[in-house]
Design a protein around this ligand. Structure first.
Ligand code: DX5
Ligand code: ZN
Length: 226
């Protein structure tokens, strides 16, 4: 079922970092709607990854938006640096922000789109009082920290619950999913209400390349937004 309104945001975590510029150009050429930068601090999650300078170096070589998924404790100090690096959206974890309402407002004040991320164990109700502050809600379908994990189908009722919260809010909020998304899992997540799909392994491991992988995942999705 073709779902042209499903956005695909490839994670570059699996990339060969010695060729990152060429890789983001190939992802854009292959139909990526965004680039998903998985930023990890080694504290909130065990892994340590991408600094703002890496993103800044890639900004000029593609046009599509950059979203920074900040898997970091107390991101307030780092947020301006990822905005200056060229990120259009900043996604912070509900679990990692002591003052989430203030942090999301801070992102908006910097002129970019705020998003909030929910770990698998975190209830959707924890963000009910910040629905007016976000342009995007990311429901994790794996536990954060590494790519290549199995999709958690048990998250689909939460995706539906967030979709209902978005509908009630009356605001145009993207519902993103992240972790284990591929042609065999994307239908469940999108049928539950997701309209933005992060994919790392499924994009980088496709033997037919990005231009096959990205449309294949999008076409396997289900449109739920009129
Ligand atoms: C995990 C990251 C995800 C992950 C996605 O902490 O937030 O973006 O890299 O990779 P796949 O699609 O391989 O699960
Ligand atoms: Zn991510």
């Amino acid at each position: 079922m073709s779902a042209p309104d499903i956005q695909i945001s490839p994670s570059v975590l699996p990339a060969d970092f010695s060729r990152l510029g060429e890789t983001v150009q190939a992802l854009e050429a292959g139909g990526a709607d965004r680039i998903h930068w998985d930023v990890m601090d080694g504290v909130f999650v065990p892994n340590l990854t991408i600094g703002p300078d890496v993103i800044h170096s890639c900004r000029p070589v593609v046009e599509i938006p950059f979203e920074a998924h900040l898997m970091v404790i107390e991101a307030d100090e780092l947020i301006p640096r990822y905005v200056e690096a060229g990120c259009d959206m900043i996604l912070v974890h509900q679990e990692a922000c002591t003052h989430l309402h203030r942090t999301l407002s801070h992102i908006r004040d910097l002129g970019v789109s705020p998003g909030v991320v929910l770990n698998p164990a975190t209830p959707a109700t924890t963000i009910e009082h910040v629905m007016d502050l976000v342009d995007q809600i990311l429901v994790m379908t794996v536990n954060p920290g590494f790519g290549g994990q199995a999709y958690l189908q048990s998250m689909e009722p939460k995706i539906s619950q967030v979709a209902e919260m978005i509908s009630v809010s009356g605001r145009d909020i993207d519902l993103e999913v992240d972790g284990g998304l591929a042609v065999d899992t994307v239908a469940g997540a999108t049928a539950a209400g997701a309209n933005v799909v992060v994919a790392g392994s499924a994009v980088f491991k496709d033997p037919e390349g990005f231009a096959h992988a990205i449309p294949a995942i999008r076409d396997a999705g289900v449109s739920t937004r009129s």
